[in-house]
Every structure is written in structure tokens, then in C-alpha cells.
Design a binder for this molecule. Structure first.
Ligand SMILES: Cc1cc2nc3c(=O)[nH]c(=O)nc-3n(C[C@H](O)[C@H](O)[C@H](O)COP(=O)(O)OP(=O)(O)OC[C@H]3O[C@@H](n4cnc5c(N)ncnc54)[C@H](O)[C@@H]3O)c2cc1C
Length: 465
């Protein structure tokens, strides 16, 4: 019998943080690697991201003088904030390999300055490591390293099918091109731009589908997820996604709302510190009916200078707001009670809410939610304005393939690995738990599990080179 050797040892589908890491670590094991990227360049969502990498007990933290952090504390923290609704073996891998992954990234040209290690929202110590040049810098450095290490990259090539022979995943098909391989690593990212998949796997978003937008690349359509599901892959993370509030009038990514807004739910009451982190604001909005109304007055409109997002000033500038009011996209009225009627909110309650807020603003304390008083301005100058905000900006999807701690894709029917198939990054649904408590967990998870999957995929082929 003639044994035909495959075109490559490992084929990686997708060139974001997960795919680039998988390709490099497979190559480090001696594998011949092809990375296939649907877009004209590598980077994916990773290159658009802030490049924040959440890890504990790292050399960069130590260089910053943070000596008292550890993988063990991070593990316990991650488990606790997710109320143990996340797999311990996966979290353990994430926690222990975060530090080594940062050192490894630096060997491949990514920079992490100690002074750029900052505290996220609720961590005890600074753990957010900011890559030099942000996500674009991280992706560019890894791409350079892939080229230097003789990894072949096929650009503008959308993988459509996984090949299987003798029960083993044995390559990929893109159009009429077929590439055979000993193993395939799926790293094709999320699917927020594929509304059909969003409606199917993220039910809470069904009510905002028309307004739904994502800053993720259009090539992130969930292809890898669908291909693996055709082979019977198990999935996890149903109904999970990171969403930000959006008016639907502008489409910039605005993680935090301006502090001068009053946000109320359908009862006309405030329910949150309006400047809360998006990880707080959006789940809370969902629990309060999935829509909130941003209320402000004419003085605030004229002083509006944007939300301070690095992704654009969005709705919250004088000019944009004025244009939206003129176009009838923002409701206006001469008094708060009339505004409430226009918005369909209980007038008496909204009047009380605004009156109480104004008293608090005068006294310099938010007696209900302890918002920074410096952000508060009274809302009492006619006209009054209101606009509904919905969690309709979706940078990240959370539903995806179920992998084990080595990045093997598990089969739904018997919980065993699908031989020859690995996955990492946003395509995996069981790495980040229900409480994504801080930025930086997605990029870190992509690198950590990409690196692992590439290595294990190559090792499984018992390469002798
Ligand atoms: C604007 C923005 C800001 C963010 N900020 C942060 C942050 O600061 N910290 C953080 O942790 N997370 C952040 N996230 C989330 C994070 O960037 C992503 O979850 C993570 O980078 C995903 O990495 P990945 O490698 O899995 O996918 P990606 O980086 O999206 O890469 C997937 C790649 O696969 C390619 N691809 C898709 N389908 C195919 C196919 N069929 N064939 C071939 N190639 C294919 C795509 O073109 C893409 O290049 C942000 C996301 C966005 C959109």
C-alpha cells in the first residue's frame, strides 16, 4: 500500500490571535504548517481589539513591582465570579499558562510594558497587560514571526469544509482547492456578523436583530463552528455574547456611556450607575427588560463632547445629538412628564426620578447608585430628550465549540475528541464563563488555547523532524 503524506502536518483556519499562536506553536514542534485566512490580511477581531491580555503571576507584573499575585489566586477568582459555572480544567489551564504565554509572546516580538499593566474592573491587583500597538501590534508581531518561521499563509481563502478520512479530520476544502493535513486547528473567531447564527444561538439578541451591529470583521461568519457541528461537535455557551448598549443611530463602539445621562428602565426608575462598566451595564439592562432610556436636557446636549471612546465619539456630541433630534430619532418635549408620555414611560415616576437626581446633583452625591458626582449635571433645562438604548452592539459571541484543556474538539454524542480536530479562541464556547468580568480575557484565552492546541496537534502526529 502506498502511504501518501499529507500536504501539511497542521492546517490552521483563521489568522487572529488564536490561529497565529496555534501556527507558531505547531511549527515549534517541527510541524509543516499552513495558515488559511479568509481576509486579505491576518488579524481578525484581534487586530481591532485593545490588545488587553488578562493574566496573573506574570514576569511583566513582577517588573511592575506586583509581586503578590499568582495563577492560583486568579483561578479562584475566575471560578468565583463565574459561580463555578465554567469548567475547572479549562480555567486551570488558562490561569497557569497566562504568564508563560506572555513570555512566549514577547519571544515572538510582542511587547508588554510594565507601566501598561493596569487594574480592570474588580481584580484586586493590576492584571490587564496591554500589548504594544494594541491588538494590531500583537497580530502584526505574530504574523511577522510566522513568516520568519516559514509558516505558509494563504490569504483571501475561505475554508468551507473539513475533510475526513478513516474517522480522522484530514484536511480542508476552500472552493475547489483541497489541502490535506495530519490535523486541523479551527481558529475562525466568532459569528456576530452572521445574524442567522446569532438568532439561533443567542436568543436574547433576537429582539434586536434589526439593530444588531458588530465591529468584528465581516469574514467572521461562524464558518468553523458550522463545519465542526456538521461532524457532530459538542457546543457550549448558549445565549452568551458580549454586547454594548446602542441607540442604533450611530454605530461606534462605546463601552461606557457619558456620566451626564440619566438611564431609566421601563418603570421610569434608574437602575444603575450610568457610567458602569459594560460588563455591568449590559447584563443589568437585559435583566430590566432589554431596553433602557437615556434622558438628558438641553444644557447637557449643548455641552456634549462624546463618550471618550477610542472607537469614535458616537452619538454623544452636540452636533450628532442635534441632528438626531431634528430627524426625530430622539424624542423631545418641553417638560419631563410630556417626555415620559412620548416615550411610553410612567410620567409621575420619571418626574420623581429626575427630581431626585437633580437634588443629588446639587448636593454632590448620587444617593442611590454612588455615581461619581463630578459626572452628574442637573437635568432641568428645557427641552428634555430621551432615546431608547438596547444591547445591540455585539463585538464578541460566546457560544461555540466545546474543547478540552488541550484544545481538542469534543463530540456531542460520546464526549470523546473528534480525532484530528482542534479549536481555540472565540470559536470555543467553554473557555470564558457567563460572567466575563473584565476585558482581556478573550485575547488571553485565544493565545493560551491557540498555543496549546497547535502544540498538541503537532505532538499528536509524533513528528520526528
Ligand atoms: C473592537 C473589538 C475590541 C475588542 N477588545 C478586546 C480586548 O481589548 N481584550 C479582549 O480580551 N478581547 C477584546 N475583544 C474580543 C477579542 O478581540 C476576540 O474575541 C479575540 O481576539 C478573538 O481571537 P480569535 O483568534 O479567536 O479570532 P479573530 O481574531 O477574530 O480571528 C479569526 C480569523 O479567522 C478568519 N476566518 C473566519 N472564517 C474563516 C474561514 N472560513 N476560513 C479562513 N479564515 C477564516 C477571520 O477572517 C479572522 O481573521 C474585542 C473585540 C472587538 C471586535
Amino acid at each position: 500500500m502506498t502511504v501518501v503524506s499529507p500536504d501539511y502536518d497542521v492546517v490552521v483556519v483563521g489568522g487572529g490571535a488564536a490561529g497565529l499562536s496555534a501556527a507558531l506553536s505547531a511549527r515549534e514542534q517541527g510541524a509543516r504548517v499552513l495558515l488559511v485566512e479568509a481576509g486579505a490580511k491576518t488579524g481578525g477581531s484581534t487586530a481591532l481589539s485593545g490588545g488587553a491580555f488578562l493574566a496573573a503571576g506574570t514576569s511583566v507584573q513582577r517588573a511592575a513591582g506586583i509581586e503578590d499575585d499568582s495563577a492560583q489566586e486568579f483561578y479562584e477568582f475566575f471560578m468565583a465570579v463565574n459561580r463555578w459555572d465554567v469548567e475547572p480544567s479549562i480555567v486551570r489551564r488558562y490561569a497557569t499558562e497566562g504568564g508563560p504565554a506572555i513570555d512566549w509572546l514577547m519571544e515572538h516580538g510582542v511587547t508588554f510594558a510594565p507601566e501598561e499593566v493596569v487594574r480592570g474592573e474588580i481584580e484586586r491587583v493590576p492584571r490587564l497587560h496591554r500589548a504594544g500597538g494594541l491588538g494590531a501590534g500583537l497580530a502584526a508581531a505574530l504574523t511577522r514571526s510566522c513568516v520568519q518561521h516559514d509558516i505558509d499563509i494563504a490569504y483571501g481563502t475561505r475554508v468551507e469544509e473539513l475533510l475526513v478520512s478513516d474517522g480522522l479530520v484530514s484536511g480542508v476544502r476552500a472552493g475547489d482547492q483541497v489541502v490535506t493535513a495530519g490535523a486541523v486547528v479551527l481558529a475562525s473567531g466568532g459569528f456576530a456578523n452572521n445574524h442567522e447564527l446569532v438568532a439561533k444561538h443567542i436568543p436574547f439578541a433576537r429582539t434586536v436583530l434589526e439593530q444588531l451591529r458588530s465591529p468584528a470583521p465581516l469574514t467572521n461568519q461562524g464558518d468553523g463552528l458550522v463545519m465542526a457541528q456538521r461532524l457532530g461537535a459538542a457546543t457550549a455557551g448558549e445565549n452568551r455574547a458580549q454586547v454594548l448598549l446602542s441607540s442604533g443611530i450611530t454605530h461606534d463602539l462605546e463601552p461606557v456611556l457619558p456620566g451626564w445621562l440619566i438611564c431609566v428602565d421601563h418603570t421610569g426608575r434608574r437602575f444603575v450607575d450610568e457610567t458602569a462598566h459594560y460588563q455591568v451595564m449590559n447584563p443589568l439592562t437585559l435583566r430590566h427588560g432589554g431596553v433602557c432610556w437615556a434622558i438628558f436636557d438641553d444644557a447637557a446636549l449643548h455641552a456634549a463632547r462624546g463618550s471618550g471612546s477610542r472607537y469614535g465619539s458616537g452619538l454623544w456630541t452636540k452636533d450628532t445629538l442635534s441632528a438626531a433630534v431634528a430627524a426625530g430619532k430622539i424624542a423631545s418635549a418641553d417638560d419631563v412628564g410630556s417626555l415620559a408620555q412620548t416615550l411610553g414611560l410612567p410620567a409621575a415616576v420619571l418626574e420623581t426620578t429626575v427630581e431626585r437626581y437633580n437634588d443629588d446633583a446639587d448636593q454632590g452625591i448620587d444617593s442611590l447608585f454612588f455615581k461619581n458626582p463630578e459626572a452628574m449635571t442637573p437635568c432641568r433645562t428645557a427641552s428634555f430628550y430621551g432615546v431608547p438604548m438596547r444591547p445591540a452592539m455585539m463585538p464578541v459571541t460566546g457560544f461555540g465549540l466545546r474543547i478540552d484543556a488541550d484544545g481538542r474538539v469534543l463530540r456531542a454524542s460520546d464526549d470523546r475528541p473528534i480525532l484530528g480536530l482542534y479549536a481555540a479562541g472565540e470559536i470555543a464556547g467553554n473557555v470564558i464563563g457567563p460572567s466575563v468580568f473584565s476585558g482581556g480575557a478573550m485575547v488571553a484565552g485565544a493565545v493560551i488555547f491557540g498555543r496549546r492546541a497547535g502544540r498538541v496537534a503537532a505532538e499528536s502526529l509524533a513528528l520526528t523532524r
